[in-house]
Design a protein around this ligand. Structure first.
Ligand SMILES: Cc1ncc(COP(=O)(O)O)c(C=O)c1O
Length: 404
């Protein structure tokens, strides 16, 4: 009681993540789940990780001690080496911070950048964890709709202008998932990346380029990062969650050194440092060359699963359900032609779970400008399902659709 009447305004505004709540309903026995955005545990590199654990014999005293808030230096060096070709210029260690998941990197950025009432521009639909972070910082969200090529960047200047008119503020940040977005699977085209970089530069609005799925391209050529195209004003964030294992809780962000320094100070108030044990193991995993071979393995494994889901959806769902086959990442985004919330209930009865579209849009009350309704959409994750589950789950979804 001493606590519950004294919650902060921020805590009062906090709501449970809809995904985490729905997730509980998807855990029933016999349920096929396309709901969680989870990697396939069947190909976690358990043996290689066990080999890397040998490093604890030689580096145990470092691994078991507090570490630098900036990150374990050998891992920072690995990330520097991996990032330079992607980011298009030399990177110095002072421009890198290791975070406890990229969720934390987002939170660190929000803490140093956002005041209550500030506006963040996000694409719609977008990653609910980002919405949670921006909401917790007291920010409101301005939405730019997406199509199969990602954010409709042509609409961005109007969204910014409307935000200026309605709130008197220029947005503080643009948040975008450029590759194989969660949830839409869309990849921002190069032309749009160039235009987005140009608009952000012209209006001096910083950009958070969230890229956990960029290494998981199954078809086509890699597109240059926004960071490399913008020449400044972009923070790039990525994670080992999707390419190695989310249980390690190790991710990283790259940005100008002054911003990273501030974020490190914010991190010191959050967890002092990311688990050094985890960082030592991940650094060892990278330096032994395991990551490169694992990436090759998961790309072909997930490409097969994406193709299996595409053909199951084509075969079993009515043609009124539209989707684009993703070229990478974890997700299919379906346009149902009906309401996904009702379909969700019927799908659970049939024994299959997905995530209804509204989970990926902010509430009208926290939106500046145009509100977008996620009702007609559904996200299906294809990476987690095992064996015949992709086909069987799709058949169950088709049965739920027939009951409409
Ligand atoms: C787009 C996006 N950003 C960030 C995250 C957070 O990842 P983590 O905190 O595990 O690094 C996720 C996880 O699903 C995501 O999809």
């Amino acid at each position: 009681m001493a606590f519950v009447y004294r919650y902060s305004k921020m805590a009062e505004g906090m709501r449970p993540s809809p995904i985490r709540e729905l997730f509980k309903m998807t855990q029933r026995p016999g349920m096929i789940s396309f709901a969680g955005g989870l990697p396939d545990p069947a190909i976690f590199p358990v043996e290689e990780f066990a080999v890397c654990a040998e490093a604890l014999r030689t580096q145990g005293t470092t691994a078991l001690q507090y570490g630098a808030s900036e990150g374990h230096r050998p891992l920072v060096d690995e990330i520097q080496r991996r990032m330079e070709p992607l980011l298009g210029r030399p990177i110095v260690p002072e421009e890198i911070v290791i975070s406890s998941g990229s969720q934390q990197a987002m939170d660190m950025l929000a803490r140093v950048l956002l005041d209550p009432g500030d506006v963040v521009v996000v694409e719609a639909p977008t990653y609910p964890g980002a919405l949670h972070t921006f909401r917790s910082a007291g920010a409101r969200l301005a939405l730019v709709p997406c199509d199969e090529h990602g954010m409709k960047v042509d609409l961005l200047p109007d969204v910014i202008e409307r935000c200026r008119r309605e709130t008197g503020r220029v947005p503080k940040l643009i948040y975008t998932i450029i590759n194989f977005s969660n949830p839409s699977g869309a990849c921002l085209s190069e032309a749009r990346r160039r235009r987005l970089a140009g608009i952000a530069r012209e209006l001096a609005i910083p950009v958070l380029e969230d890229d956990p799925y960029g290494e998981l391209r199954y078809r086509g050529e890699r597109i240059p990062t926004l960071f490399s195209l913008a020449g400044g004003g972009v923070m790039f964030a990525s994670s080992f969650s999707q390419i190695l294992a989310p249980g390690v809780r190790v991710a990283w962000a790259v940005a100008e050194a002054e911003l990273i320094r501030k974020m490190v100070i914010a991190k010191q108030g959050m967890d002092l440092c990311t688990s050094v044990v985890a960082q030592v193991l991940v650094a060892e995993y990278c330096s032994r060359g395991f990551l490169e071979s694992h990436l090759e393995k998961i790309r072909s494994h997930y490409a097969g699963k994406a193709a299996a889901m595409a053909s199951a959806l084509r075969e079993h769902l009515p043609p009124s359900v539209r989707f684009a086959e993703p070229s990478g990442g974890f997700f299919f985004w379906l346009e149902l032609g009906g309401d996904s919330r009702q379909l969700f209930e019927r799908a659970l009865e049939q024994g299959v779970a997905f995530l209804p579209g509204p989970a990926f849009y902010p509430e009208p009350a926290e939106t500046v400008g145009e509100v977008v309704d996620g009702g007609p959409y559904a996200r299906l994750c294809f990476t987690f399902a095992q064996g015949t589950e992709i086909v069987e789950g799709t058949k169950r979804l088709a049965r739920a659709l027939e009951q409409a």
